[in-house]
Ligand binder design. Structure first.
Ligand SMILES: Cc1cc2nc3c(=O)[nH]c(=O)nc-3n(C[C@H](O)[C@H](O)[C@H](O)COP(=O)(O)O)c2cc1C
Length: 322
């Protein structure tokens, strides 16, 4: 997710969910080719497995960017066919590609070929898509899109199970207003069992995620994972049959990474902004958030601020403030 799932966020989510596949922010193919890769493709070894999401619609550029990204170490290359923003539409990529299955197939074929002849030929090329755009309401059209792209070599689709409305809605509204239709993702899986289908959109609780897994191969959590990151941990524990660990223990596992980043000169606020929701809904959770958000931008802010924030969540601190 743009501006959210940077390397600091992903390293945190990895501590919470050891078995999840994590995704980067969308990066345009041109940026991978011409930009500062040490920034754009920054990744800590602890993050694996991690998928890089590419934006673009030029098969040659996407091919080059895919090869570079696979060799850089990403475990999957995912093509964005779901973003509805004006900027993305102007560049003719993202969700508007739902109406161009032949072009998406060309992109995927070129990306697969480039990765296949790279130093890491087994890195999969996958697609994240919507059900359609604007007033599309034809399951056969959606299936046609999937079939064309699958024929070009894509075996995994992340389906954000609603349409994107290209006119009149902001990207935020496009994540909320068009109705969710999980049944289309389920139907797709039942008709094309050989494809891996992951469902996305509005999944915020462990029970809901587990229910989806009766019908499809995977679930992708977006906003819930960011705002309430402990849900990622609870889901991971449920799916792997391991005991849930307390929030503080998880955060302590992240601290050696945070210390290493501080030593490299990364400002604390770049890291702590991703952990603000860890105690969401818990007693002391608001104070935890407040201590971090008020203190992290101060010069010299370090690990002691995180200790102070953690202190607000402990029983003795809660008793004192009662
Ligand atoms: C701040 C933000 C940035 C996003 N950036 C991307 C992105 O770069 N690529 C993408 O495929 N989806 C992006 N999305 C959409 C999410 O991946 C997801 O499809 C959408 O939020 C619906 O899932 P959810 O209800 O679990 O959040 C973004 C969402 C948000 C809130």
């Amino acid at each position: 997710m743009m501006d959210w799932t940077d390397t600091y966020c992903r390293a945190f989510h990895r501590v919470l969910a050891p078995s999840a596949l994590l995704y980067t922010e969308m990066v345009h193919a041109n940026a991978v080719i011409h930009g500062d890769r040490s920034k754009l493709l920054a990744m800590d070894p602890s993050e694996h497995p991690v998928a890089l999401q590419l934006g673009g619609s030029d098969p040659d550029l996407l091919a080059q960017a895919s090869r570079i990204s696979a060799e850089w170490g990403f475990d999957e290359i995912n093509l964005n066919c779901g973003c509805p923003s004006d900027r993305v539409q102007a560049g003719r990529f993202g969700a508007c590609l739902m109406r161009e299955p032949a072009l998406v197939a060309d992109c995927v074929a070129a990306m697969k070929q480039a990765v296949g002849s790279s130093a890491r030929p087994d890195v999969p090329v996958t697609v994240k898509c919507r059900l359609g755009v604007d007033d599309d309401d034809d399951f056969e059209q959606f299936l046609g899109f999937i079939d064309s792209v699958a024929e070009a070599g894509c075996g995994t689709f992340v389906v954000h199970a609603r349409n994107a409305w290209l006119k009149g809605l902001s990207p935020k509204e496009n994540r909320e207003v068009p109705p969710l239709r999980y049944d289309w993702a389920y139907r797709l899986k039942s008709l094309r069992p050989q494809l891996a289908i992951l469902v996305n959109g509005g999944i915020a609780a462990v029970g809901a995620a587990v229910d989806h897994l009766v019908h499809v191969d995977g679930v992708m959590l977006g906003r819930a994972a960011y705002h309430d990151p402990y849900v990622l941990h609870r889901l991971d524990a449920r799916l792997t049959g391991t005991p849930e660990r307390p929030r503080e223990a998880l955060l302590r596992d992240y601290l050696p990474y945070v210390r290493a980043q501080l030593e490299r000169g990364v400002p604390l606020k770049h890291i702590t902004r991703h952990i603000l929701g860890l105690f969401l809904g818990e007693r002391g959770g608001r104070a935890f958030r407040q201590v971090l958000s008020e203190g992290a931008h101060r010069p010299g802010a370090g690990l002691d601020l995180i200790e102070a924030a953690l202190g607000c969540t402990r029983a003795d601190a809660l008793r004192r403030s009662a």
